[in-house]
Design a protein around this ligand. Sequence first.
Ligand SMILES: [Zn+2]
Length: 339
Amino acid sequence: MNERYSRQILFSEIGKEGQEKLLNSRVLLVGCGALGASHAEILARAGVGFLRIVDRDFVELTNLQRQTLYSEADARERLPKAIAARKRIREINSEIETEAIVADVNYSNIESLVKDCDLVLDGTDNFQIRYLINDACVKLNKIWIYGAAVSAYGATMTIMPQKTPCLRCIFEEMPSAGSAPTCDTAGVIQPIISSISAIQTTEALKILTGNTDRLHKSLIQIDVWNNDWRKIKLGKPNEDCETCARANFEFLDSETGEFSAVLCGRNAVQIAPPRATRINLPQLAERLESLGEVKQNEYLVRFTTGANELTIFADARAIIRGTDDIAVARSLYAKFVGS
Ligand SMILES: [Zn+2]
């Protein structure tokens, strides 16, 4: 084994054997914003052999304060986060494999993203998708690590299906939209990201090296500004839990799957087609050229019309800025992209 990992191998609980296990591990990172970028960097440096990074968004200037993998050039070029992350990770550790997927994670793809991975890390920013991850991981019996951070506050919990409470055992109902503060309404400072990510990735290292007896087995809540650290011990899974007791995986059900979503606090809506499809981006750009300002790269087309900006990805998804009204966004999508 090369000297790259020598200090980690010297750490006796990992050792040579643990390092081998890391190199043979496959991890799914759902979301590559602030938490996800930190997960990706730490696990890539640690030598996790395969990282699948899935993110639906592109890099913007407002991300740079906390999303440590990205540069000004990424924001200028509006690179999708998954692509920019892979580019940076290749510079950090060219010996591991990184797969970048620019997509919205939803009921139609979550199981295939999860099933050939050993572990799933939550780097998302909303509960809808966390319940989806929870359903898929409980169904497929994969460990996942919940993480959230906003303002100076964060929380994390490691979920081992059937052994520890799942997300739904703890939070039975999804918090209603708009009820919780978000990074876009309450802001966020970077140190809480690093703190939560540090706990999540340490748990990941323990799991992947077979040291599950060292897991913290708690819901950890931290407020780095008000100096408040809490560790709530978790008991057994809830015997009435819809997900892990009754195996009612309703978030994986297409009937309840949501395909358009208001991106909280961003004055933007995401529209996604109901079925998987690909769009010919150069053709679309050409078609839109006479109708407004068009910019494009290999991964997306950005089109400005009046007060609205449409960013259309190759998977036919669009993020529509300048409105938080789904009906308005849908009509803009139908008009310029097609229905
Ligand atoms: Zn449960």
